[in-house]
Ligand binder design. Sequence first.
Ligand SMILES: C[S@@+](CC[C@H](N)C(=O)[O-])C[C@H]1O[C@@H](n2cnc3c(N)ncnc32)[C@H](O)[C@@H]1O
Length: 236
Amino acid sequence: MSIEVVDVRPHERHYGVYIVKFEDGTERIATVNLTPGKRVYGERLIKWGGLEYREWNPYRSKLAAAILNGLKFVPIAEGTHILYLGAASGTTPSHMSDIVGERGLIYSVEFSPRVFREFMEKLVDQGRRNVIPILGDARFPYQYAHYVKGVDVVYIDVAQPAQAKILADNADYFLKPGGHVMLVIKAMSIDVTAPATETFKQEINTLKERGFDIIETVHLEPYDTAHAMVIAKKKS
Ligand SMILES: C[S@@+](CC[C@H](N)C(=O)[O-])C[C@H]1O[C@@H](n2cnc3c(N)ncnc32)[C@H](O)[C@@H]1O
């Protein structure tokens, strides 16, 4: 039995993010589905006011987790061009695709051919025309330099050692002046023995050394253990 929706309202801070309220009083975040009737990862589809919304699951998407944990600034709106490193099967890229709309672009880099195939099936074959899939390795941005034009945001979620370095290397290639970066730090991929907070500091220091001002850091518990999201801006 499905629970009735009683209200949908825009998020007070984040463009393109909505809060869906159910009759039992619970609330969830959602985005407006760019490809109505189609799901990407089994998420709930919600019809309200002539639009279709896709529930955004914070246990499946670290950007949703960061928003629910109080992230103040997300540098993504209608028309934003994003380079997304570690696209996997497209959960978070799909919600970004909803938010940036037809005028936006998400260059989506993934290095596992099996996962990339799933990305193609779930996003590209389903008609998301603002997504540009790239089978490539984020450690070597020159491999895809001829596909990617200047972007407003570089987002990384690759579960690799040297996450901040890979992000900064890509930003050197592709980030427009005044652009932002979004770094998901998975502490356990960098050092399983060090406390997570030490690893977060180390990655943040790398960003500072590479010329970024840190805007905000949010931890992702309870949705993801020993993960943090950092938003930073390239110094002009
Ligand atoms: C944690 S998952 C990403 C989840 C995805 N960001 C989301 O929220 O929907 C990490 C992904 O990064 C990919 N990856 C790891 N190292 C990579 C690299 N060097 N280049 C490109 N993709 C990489 C992995 O294959 C995996 O699919």
